[in-house]
Design a protein around this ligand. Structure first.
Ligand SMILES: [Zn+2]
Length: 258
């Protein structure tokens, strides 16, 4: 037996073994004290949690970092940016024990708004603040950093672009982005939910609602827009739209208004 080819195989085998083990064992790095301070200063939702839930939130953020790649495009990304993206992912799923965004591999962070050809420097109609990819962009999300940061600022009101996009992903997890997250809503509540969406859309059309008119685009946008409202101004939503608040708290398994 000629031992030379066999000797060549050993390093190849070891490299293959290393790659397999590396892929299997996803190391979850815990957040640092600096990370926690940033969350506390910039993410109101986290700030309002008790210490037990803060710990749970931190673990979910760390787990998000271990499964989804965040890639800066044309900018230098900061820890704040990464933590805001992860927080936007965690907030809508905080009521669920174990949710993984199976339909997401990476988030691309652009400096500012972009157009439908994903151009952010030139080209027309650069007014998109965030999007969930379809077709060849499946598994990718694009966010504008200015929209991301604005969503967590005091002046954001009922709006938060990044939460909006992650809600689209939740909606999409059953195969259809249609405003009906079938994985999260019991079958018997589906029809009442659709009816409620359309009643509220009519009120928006008649100028009798304080919900962002972008919600009348379609059911998917309605669901994403009212979810932003639900997480950003829960008390106000509960006060002005108690039924909507009730339905959303059932879907997200959360009571952000306390
Ligand atoms: Zn949308």
């Amino acid at each position: 037996m000629n031992s030379l080819p066999f000797a060549y195989l050993i390093p190849i085998f070891l490299i293959a073994l290393y790659l397999i083990l590396k892929k299997k064992k996803v190391a979850i790095e815990p957040l640092t004290d600096v990370d926690k301070k940033i969350l506390d200063d910039y993410v109101g939702y986290y700030h309002n949690l008790d210490s037990t839930d803060k710990l749970r939130f931190e673990q979910k953020v760390a787990s998000f970092f271990s499964t989804v790649k965040i890639e800066p495009v044309g900018l230098e990304m900061t820890t704040l940016d990464e933590l805001l993206i992860a927080s936007s992912a965690v907030i809508p799923i905080f009521g669920f024990d174990d949710w993984q965004y199976k339909n997401l591999t990476s988030v691309l962070l652009y400096p500012d708004t972009f157009n439908k050809d994903f151009q952010f420097e030139e080209g027309g109609e650069r007014n998109i603040m965030g999007m969930v990819g379809t077709g060849y962009m499946n598994g990718q999300m694009i966010l504008s950093r200015s929209a991301l940061r604005h969503g967590f600022s005091k002046s954001a009101g009922k709006e938060n672009t990044a939460i909006h996009e992650f809600v689209h992903l939740l909606d999409k997890s059953d195969g259809a982005t249609d405003g009906v997250p079938e994985n999260l809503i019991a079958h018997e509540y589906t029809l009442p939910w659709i009816k409620m969406m359309h009643e509220e859309m009519e009120k928006i059309e008649d100028n009798k609602s304080d919900i962002n008119p972008y919600a009348i685009t379609n059911q998917a946008e309605f669901f994403a827009v009212v979810s932003e409202y639900f997480f950003e101004k829960p008390e106000l939503l509960k006060d002005k739209h108690p039924e909507l608040y009730f339905q959303l708290s059932r879907i997200f398994a959360q009571q952000p208004a306390g």
